[in-house]
Design a protein around this ligand. Structure first.
Ligand code: PD2
Ligand code: ZN
Length: 197
């Protein structure tokens, strides 16, 4: 594993070769049998709803679902310094041509009534870690439009960004660019300030 990008504001790190291609491939193979349309959190009810801003498909692993997932979670805890218990279940996303995740914040908006039920399970999110499971032929970069940063999806690479400080919020706006050619597979881990139950 090597650090290929590190910046302070926003707090972003990119590592290469976090996972070997064989493991990336195994995750894609398993997930491709289990994906369904992705959702976003409804601001009023807090429930997951389909939305044009997020057109991928995905599936969730529960924490420690099997030995492989537990080993990856252990590695994530080592790299981030955030305990395994603070992580939400790992999500694997598939983006086909034209699919995207428009710019958003991963932290919950505390002014939305729909955030209450999410906050009750471990508090606010403080960090996001994305593992790129394949390399799309074109497109699919993760972008931070307010910071002018674009991270290419490269198999095995990891993007970690932290947002513990509300003052950094505008800079952590981020999105997944539409895939132009091929597919994009990515594993997402959202981490909380406390234990996620
Ligand atoms: O897949 C991405 O590049 C992406 C972009 C923005 C994923 C997420 N957000 C996420 O899972 O929160
Ligand atoms: Zn996000």
């Amino acid at each position: 594993m090597q650090t290929v990008l590190k910046m302070a504001h926003p707090d972003i790190t990119v590592y290469s070769e976090f996972l070997p291609p064989t493991v990336c491939h195994a995750l894609i193979t398993y997930a491709s049998e289990h994906v369904s349309k992705s959702s976003v959190v409804d601001s009023i009810t807090g429930e997951g709803v389909e939305h044009s801003a997020r057109t991928s498909s995905g599936m969730f692993f529960s924490r420690g679902q099997n030995q492989l997932i537990a080993a990856i979670e252990e590695r994530i805890a080592n790299v981030t310094g955030i305990p395994v218990e603070n992580g939400e279940g790992m999500q694997v996303l598939r983006y086909q041509v034209g699919q995207e995740y428009r710019p958003h914040y991963d932290q919950f908006d505390l002014t939305n009534p729909g955030s209450t039920s999410h906050i009750s399970r471990g508090g606010q999110r403080i960090a996001t870690l994305l593992i790129y499971l394949n390399t799309p032929e074109a497109g699919g970069e993760t972008v931070f439009p307010n910071a002018n940063v674009s991270v290419s999806a490269i198999q095995g690479n990891v993007l970690l960004f932290r947002y513990p400080n509300p003052a950094d919020t505008p800079l952590t706006l981020h999105g997944g660019n539409p895939v132009i050619k091929g597919e994009k597979w990515v594993a997402t881990k959202w981490m909380r300030v406390g234990e996620f139950k």
